[in-house]
Design a binder for this molecule. Structure first.
Ligand SMILES: Cc1cc2nc3c(=O)[nH]c(=O)nc-3n(C[C@H](O)[C@H](O)[C@H](O)COP(=O)(O)O)c2cc1C
Length: 338
């Protein structure tokens, strides 16, 4: 029964934030959910690191306590790893920590990860990966188990369909396909036809991902490939309102107000959720994205660069961005930089 819920969760809000290491932490996911994203996935958690109680892995595996006022709704937690010895205890820990869904990362292309047999390397040895997924399935029989795959390892080794069929056979409940191969990393156009191939090969729900920058793109991906849901990654960095169907209809002034409110809420959440150092670090990273396309963006980024505390980051935001807030409908424009 619980495993079947995933279909409902996907249908309820089919466009959602993609996991992105170092970005999709609790505050950003909360902002995305408030803007309209479907269920979110945290950044990848290395099962080895979790087994050593590594601080960052523990932070990623946390669900916010009810008194924090943060309400993420359905939560997927993603694991990175390749051995039963670490993945099984890690999956159990994530479920205990409040994960409604456990997702296995089979797409991370980073050299130091794949050389240890993790991430996209799992697509190279299908029988071994089938064993690993079977073992995880048995360990968490009532929790939806999902995977996120690529198109394959390289042009010569494109096996998304084979991997998807194997996954369905061993009891995986849903699949996300980012159709670039590991060799493509994030460059070049994402070949959406691979998503369609996977949709036709399996009966479990398929989420498509890659080069989606708007709800219109997401609709087009669903129409062209038959996938039931879509993940947006880079297109949501600095633009979490991409999930809000009402955003596009707003006029420029209303968009400006909306964006400013979202950013302020995001800064508040980071300050509440993280240690002071981490809050400032995260706020700077996200403001770099938010400031994309703003008049004076270069100047703003330069100002942000060496700030160490949230109060200083807020000062830059207030100094540099508040004056841009349209007064009497006439936007003030900083012309330096940008
Ligand atoms: C900075 C960054 C970090 C990422 N981290 C993860 C991750 O932790 N887990 C994962 O499955 N995919 C990760 N991805 C891949 C994205 O989820 C997504 O598949 C990819 O960016 C393509 O989608 P997009 O074109 O919408 O960005 C990451 C991508 C980026 C750019």
């Amino acid at each position: 029964m619980a495993r079947e819920s995933i279909r409902e969760w996907l249908a309820a809000s089919p466009v959602r934030l993609a996991p992105m290491a170092a970005y999709t932490n609790v505050p950003f996911r909360q902002v995305a959910v408030t803007c309209g994203s479907g269920y979110t996935t945290n950044e990848e958690i290395d099962a080895d690191a979790l087994s050593r109680d590594n601080e960052r892995a523990l932070l990623s595996a946390q669900t916010p306590p009810p008194e924090s006022g943060i309400a993420l709704g359905v939560v997927a937690m993603q694991l990175l790893g390749c051995t039963e010895e670490t993945m099984i205890p890690a999956a159990l820990r994530l479920v205990e920590a409040g994960a409604h869904i456990v997702d296995v990362n089979m797409g991370c292309p980073v050299q130091k990860i794949v050389k240890r047999g993790k991430g996209a390397a799992l697509m190279r040895d299908v029988p071994a990966t089938a064993q690993l997924l079977t073992a995880i399935r048995r360990a968490i029989p009532d929790t939806p188990l999902t995977i996120k795959i690529r198109g394959g390892w390289s042009d010569e080794h494109q096996n998304a369909v084979e991997v998807a069929r194997m996954a369905q056979d061993v009891g995986v409940d849903a699949i996300t396909v980012h159709p670039r191969t590991r060799a493509q990393l994030y460059a070049g156009r994402a070949p959406w036809d691979v998503i369609g191939d996977v949709v036709r090969a399996v009966d479990i729900p398929v989420t498509g991902n890659g080069d989606v920058h708007s709800l219109a793109d997401a609709r087009r991906m669903m129409d062209e490939t038959g996938c039931v849901s879509v993940m947006i990654g880079r297109g949501a960095l600095g633009r979490p309102w991409v999930f809000d169907p009402a955003y596009d209809a707003l006029d420029d002034v209303a968009k400006f107000e909306y964006e400013t409110d979202v950013i302020e809420r995001h800064l508040d959440l980071m300050e509440t959720y993280f240690s002071p150092n981490e809050a400032a670090f995260q706020a700077k990273k996200h403001l770099m994205y938010y400031s994309n396309g703003w008049p004076g963006a270069t100047l703003i980024r330069r100002e942000l660069f060496d700030k160490r505390w949230m109060s200083e980051v807020r000062e830059v935001f207030a100094m540099r961005l508040r004056p841009l807030r349209p007064a009497g409908g006439v936007p003030l424009v900083i012309t330096t930089g940008g």
